[in-house]
Design a protein around this ligand. Sequence first.
Ligand code: DGY
Length: 322
Amino acid sequence: MKPTVFVARRIPDAGLKIIEPVCEMQVWENSLPPPYENLTARVKGVDGILSLLTDRIDGALMDAAGAQLKIISQYAVGYDNIDVAAARERGIAIGHTPGVLTEATADLAFALLMAAARRIQEGVEYIRAGHWKTWEPTTLLGADITGATLGIVGLGRIGKAVARRAGGFDMRILAHSPSATAETAAEAGVTLVDLDRLLRESDFVSLHVPLNARTRHLINRDTLRKMKPTAILINTTRGPVVDQQALYDALSSGVIGAAALDVTDPEPMSPDDPLLRLPNALIVPHVGSATIKTRDRMAVMAAENLVAGVTGKPLPHPVPSK
Ligand code: DGY
C-alpha cells in the first residue's frame, strides 16, 4: 500500500510529479489556504503533510493526524508556522527548502531597496495623477545608493547574497549576526557590529533574521528611534520582526525616511491598512521567492523531503536541529 499524504495547496507540477508515483496524494485545490479545522480533518490518518507558511501546524494538528504521521514538509525556507518542539516530541521529521530561494529573495530585497531609495512608486503615482508638467530640478529627489551604508541584520544565506549585491554598488556594509564569525564576515565583505551601531550608521537596514521569540518586534519604537531620520528599512523576512504600529508612527512622523516591505503583520494586509496610504511605504505581497524557476525548485525540494519522510529515509533538506 502506498503511503498517504496531504498537500495543503497546489504546488508546481515539478513537485507533484515526484510525489504522485510514490504516494496516495490529496491536494487542497482551493487558492486560499485550508482553514485550520479543515486542515485538521484532512490530515487525519496521513503519513505526510506538505505545508505552506500559511498553515498553522501545531501539536493538536499533529495529534489529529495520528501517530502514523512521519513528516511535515514545508514549502518554504521559513517554518515559524510549525511547532518544531511538538514535532520533535512526537518523532515527526520536518523538512524545508533552504538555498534555492536565496538569490530570488536577495534580488527582491535589492529591488525594494532601490525602488524606495529612488521613489519609484511615488514617480508612477505622480504621472498617473497628472502632476508631470515639465522636467524640474527638485522633483522626487531620492537617496544615493552607491557609496551609502547598508546594515544587514542576519548574515545567513540571504543576508550574504544581499551583501554580494551591495558590493556591486560600492556600499559600505555593516552586519549584525550573533552567530557570524570574523571569517564569515570577511568572506562576505562586511563589518560585524552590534545592532545599535548598525542602526545608528546605516542608510539602509535590511532584515534577514528568521522569526522566533528573540526576533519578534526586533524593530520596535526604541530601535526605530536609533535609526537615521533618512534611513530606509527593508523587510523580506517575516512581518512580525517589525512592530508595524511603531513603523507606521515612525514613517508618518519622520523618525525614519521610508520602508519597503515584502512581508507584513498580519498577512494578507488589509487594503484599508493605513500604511498603504503613506507615500514613504512601499509594500508588495510576500513575493520574495516568486520566480518561476525558484518556485519549481522549492516544489522539487519539498516533494523530495516528503517522499523521503514517508518512505523512512533521511530527509535531504531537514530543518536544522537547534
Ligand atoms: C520562505 O520560503 O520562507 C519565504 O517566505 C516564501 O518563499
